[in-house]
Design a protein around this ligand. Structure first.
Ligand SMILES: CC(C)(COP(=O)(O)OP(=O)(O)OC[C@H]1O[C@@H](n2cnc3c(N)ncnc32)[C@H](O)[C@@H]1OP(=O)(O)O)[C@@H](O)C(=O)NCCC(=O)NCCS
Length: 163
């Protein structure tokens, strides 16, 4: 008989962990827990991990609540494509929290850890983009203090947070 993992609660410890050979399938499968609409707002984790494999600028981690994998995030850390030679930008490329674990504060707490990490790397602002509107993540980002940066990235609204 295997011991059952204790239930995840809002008080669970949030950590960012490397994806490993042992966990990659589980992390990819988290994408299946999103609603159909949510899956149009963020690439599947399998796609993100594949893209990261070919990018010099991708940094990604799984989000854990205690010992339970609950999400995934990926950053672009590198030169701004639009301004070659310009300083590094820190861009939240992907973020998802699995359906059963949404609205428990894990997205916010995971990003707060990212903010601390990128501040240590010298970032003074953090950028992301999202599909605008009520049924997407825009209000989540605004709750965290992001505001529009006046740019569009394809069809997505650009948002910035001063760190
Ligand atoms: C967006 C997402 C990552 C939010 O993660 P989460 O763990 O559910 O968010 P949190 O519980 O940390 O929420 C933080 C705050 O944002 C609010 N919030 C979260 N989702 C929200 C939503 N869809 N609409 C309005 N407010 C929202 C919460 O109520 C909370 O408010 P508070 O500060 O008053 O407590 C998650 O809903 C998700 O994975 N969505 C699908 C994928 C996606 O859209 N990713 C973003 C791609 S750009």
């Amino acid at each position: 008989m295997t011991a059952e993992a204790p239930p995840v609660t809002r008080d669970s410890a949030v950590t960012l962990r490397e994806v490993t050979e042992d966990t990659v399938r589980t992390i990819c499968d988290l994408s299946k827990t999103l609603t159909e609409t949510q899956r149009t707002h963020v690439a599947d984790n399998a796609v993100s991990i594949a893209e990261a494999h070919f990018s010099k600028h991708a940094w990604f981690r799984a989000i854990y609540a205690d010992e339970t994998p609950v999400g995934f995030l990926m950053l672009y850390i590198g030169p701004d494509d639009e301004q070659p030679g310009e300083p590094t930008v820190w861009f939240l490329w992907r973020l998802m929290v699995a359906g059963p674990y949404q609205k428990m504060g894990f997205g916010r707490r995971a990003l707060e850890q990212v903010f601390d990490t990128v501040r240590e790397q010298g970032a003074s602002e953090f950028i992301t983009s999202c599909v605008p509107g009520e049924d997407g993540p825009e209000r989540f980002y605004r709750r965290l203090g992001f505001t529009p940066n006046g740019k569009w990235y394809d069809e997505e609204l650009g948002l910035v947070l001063k760190l």
